[in-house]
Design a protein around this ligand. Structure first.
Ligand SMILES: *Cc1c(COP(=O)(O)O)cnc(C)c1O
Length: 378
């Protein structure tokens, strides 16, 4: 089946009791047992919930994984992935990534003896040089956040597999609609469901996807044993949201491309970072590796003062963290999503206080361009 069909139907059958076409919200914490040791396979809702199971199977199908394991947030998913490691294990991670992931690694899991090292994963030599005998996980965000760098997933997968290292890819920005990391050789996919998969900015969730039996066993155990599970209502919202993935994503992309092209021509904009632009350093790699460039566009203004002015003057682009909803958002990474990344680290990564990031929504693009022109007018 195609991805539009799967995003509507995968993991979902009419309810056997009533024929309800939509998966019911199994809003229960426990299940009645007939007698000691006799039950229908459901004992307690941290372990089993049918709304959650339908949601997991749906995204697994979209990513081409055998198994999806759902969590209460993207960070809960990433944290559970790290819980599968041992003290002393070494993780090589993209240096340009979601600020909360950096905070989770540095402020939480480093205390448990896991070592994290950050490199520009779009530079294969840098990744190779960072690998140690204790490296167990290569953690990559592509396109990266907020600098929109692109990492070569097939090459990284080959490098990881040759050394017995797992490659995990945060696929939040592009979704399986545009990018399938498992098909390129990755072992694991990470999602903040909060963003494009749900697509409507009305819930928080996360998911890990894999077809590797050893990872499935560890992660299923941890999902139940550590318990960072999503509630059934949120799984149901995400099931509803993902049904339109295949109509939302092309529209996000078409709007983002026009916004990027428009910004390139604007005299106040110093640089536009969008892999869909031919001048992007990884445009050719992106064209090969993904079927689209997504809806996220970053651009550089001269300094903090200009960024503050523009951020204060948009009417449609709402100043807010998060991304991937139908509505357009604007964010100032240095003070918002990446405030937890120390300034020195941010500067090493190459992003300045003049950087703004857009999550381009699916409104009428003329309205979006007009909004940006108004905000950028001196
Ligand atoms: C938002 C985000 C996360 C964290 O997900 P939450 O659902 O907010 O916990 C991780 N990675 C990326 C790329 C994100 O945008």
């Amino acid at each position: 089946m195609g991805i539009a069909t799967d995003s509507i139907h995968a993991g979902q059958q009419p309810d056997p009791t009533t024929g309800a076409i939509m998966t019911p919200i199994y809003q229960t914490s426990t299940y009645v047992q007939e007698e000691l040791g006799v039950h229908k396979g459901y004992e307690y809702a941290r372990t089993h919930n049918l709304t959650r199971a339908a949601w997991e199977q749906c995204v697994a199908k979209l990513e081409g994984a055998t198994t999806g394991i759902a969590f209460g947030s993207g960070l809960a998913a990433i944290g559970t992935l790290i819980q599968a490691l041992e003290p002393g294990d070494h993780v090589v991670s993209s240096n340009d990534m979601y600020g909360g992931t950096y905070r989770l690694y540095e402020r939480v899991y480093r205390r448990y003896g896991i070592e994290f090292e950050y490199v520009d994963t779009s530079d294969l030599d840098a990744v190779r040089a960072a690998i140690r005998p204790t490296t167990r996980l290569l953690y990559v965000e592509t396109p990266s956040n907020p600098l929109m760098k692109v990492s070569d997933l097939a090459a990284l997968a080959e490098m990881a597999r040759a050394r017995g290292i797992a490659l995990a890819v945060d696929n939040t920005f592009l979704t399986p609609f545009f990018q399938r990391p498992l098909e390129l050789g990755a072992h694991l996919v990470v999602h903040s469901v909060t963003k494009y998969l749900n697509g409507h900015s009305d819930m928080v969730g996360g998911m890990l996807l894999t077809s590797e039996p050893a990872w499935i066993e560890k992660l299923r155990f941890l999902q139940n044993a550590a318990g960072a599970v999503p509630g059934p209502m949120d799984c149901w919202l995400a099931l509803r949201g993902v049904k339109t993935l295949a109509v939302r994503m092309p529209r996000h992309e078409a709007n983002a491309m026009l916004v990027a092209q428009h910004l390139v021509r604007h005299p106040r904009v110093e640089r536009v970072l969008y892999p869909g632009l031919p001048e992007h350093p990884a445009h050719a790699l992106s064209t090969r590796q993904t079927s689209g460039f997504g809806g996220m566009v970053s651009f550089l203004l001269r300094d903090l003062e200009e960024a503050r002015q523009v951020a204060g003057r948009t009417r449609l682009f709402a100043l807010a963290e998060s991304l991937g909803g139908v509505e357009s958002l604007l964010c100032h990474p240095a003070s918002m999503t990446h405030a937890s990344v120390p300034r020195a680290e941010r500067e090493r990564m190459g992003f300045t206080d003049g950087l703004l990031r857009l999550s381009v929504g699916i409104e009428d693009v003329e309205d979006l361009l007009q909004d940006l022109d108004h905000a950028l007018a001196v």
